[in-house]
Design a protein around this ligand. Structure first.
Ligand code: GRF
Length: 220
């Protein structure tokens, strides 16, 4: 098998996306090794998931640092010491400073629970439902210095229904997050992603022009 891509996963919470990566590695669908799971919160359940699988963990509490830059310097040092090549943000509830973004330029991915550039930031499902869009989904993108703004790698689309609750929509989207995030990392591991301006070109991309979605469904 090809050499495995050394990655870090940065979390603040439940870590279901982390779990999807652990599972994809176990299923041999993702040629990566998780060198470290880093959390800024001691109570992040993702730390338990990592420990359950023998993955090294680090807790870096942002409250112990004077400012964002000092925190990010510590993160960069830690990632470099672990030989990390790609950083996957998975529910890491921190804005990144240029210190971290430039140290790992086009080597940080994030997942966002909407079809960017729609609905960036926080309270995504609330904003999605209030707007009345018929589709939402999730986006894996490279991280640049703006929040939820970097070049898009892969997206999945889900329908939105008028009587959805935020929880139902979040759940529908999360299921797809778990499919596309490991896939995005695998494409990177295979060297198939190339950032050109604000676009990501993907080598050997399969294409299906018939993939059209309509919601509400057409009659007949
Ligand atoms: C996901 O909805 C992701 O899109 C967002 O934060 C949430 C993380 O969930 N960035 P989990 O911790 O991976 O379960």
């Amino acid at each position: 098998m090809a050499e495995k891509l050394p990655i870090a996963v940065l979390i603040s919470g439940s870590g279901t996306n982390l779990q999807s990566m652990i599972d994809a590695i176990a299923a041999k669908k993702l040629d990566a090794t998780i060198q470290v799971v880093l959390s800024n919160r001691a109570d992040a359940f993702g730390l338990v998931r990592a420990k359950n699988h023998g993955i090294p963990t680090e807790l870096l509490d942002h409250k112990s640092f004077p400012d964002r830059e000092a925190y990010d310097h510590a993160v960069v040092d830690l990632l470099r010491a672990r030989g990390v090549q790609l950083v996957a943000l998975a529910g890491f509830m921190r804005l990144l400073s240029p210190v971290l973004v430039t140290a790992f330029s086009n080597r940080i991915m994030n997942i966002h629970p909407a079809l960017l550039p729609s609905f960036p930031g926080l309270h995504v499902q609330k904003k999605t439902l209030e707007h009345g869009v018929r589709f939402s989904g999730c986006t894996v993108h490279f991280v640049n210095e703006e929040c939820d703004e970097g070049p898009i790698i892969i997206q999945a689309v889900v329908p939105v229904f008028p009587d959805d609750t935020e929880e139902q929509l979040a759940e529908r989207i999360l299921e797809q997050e778990h499919r596309i995030y490991p896939r995005a990392i695998q494409l990177y591991a295979e060297g198939r992603l190339h950032v050109v301006g604000r676009k990501v070109m993907v080598d050997g991309l399969a294409r299906d022009d018939s993939q059209i979605l309509i919601n509400p469904l057409l009659d007949g």
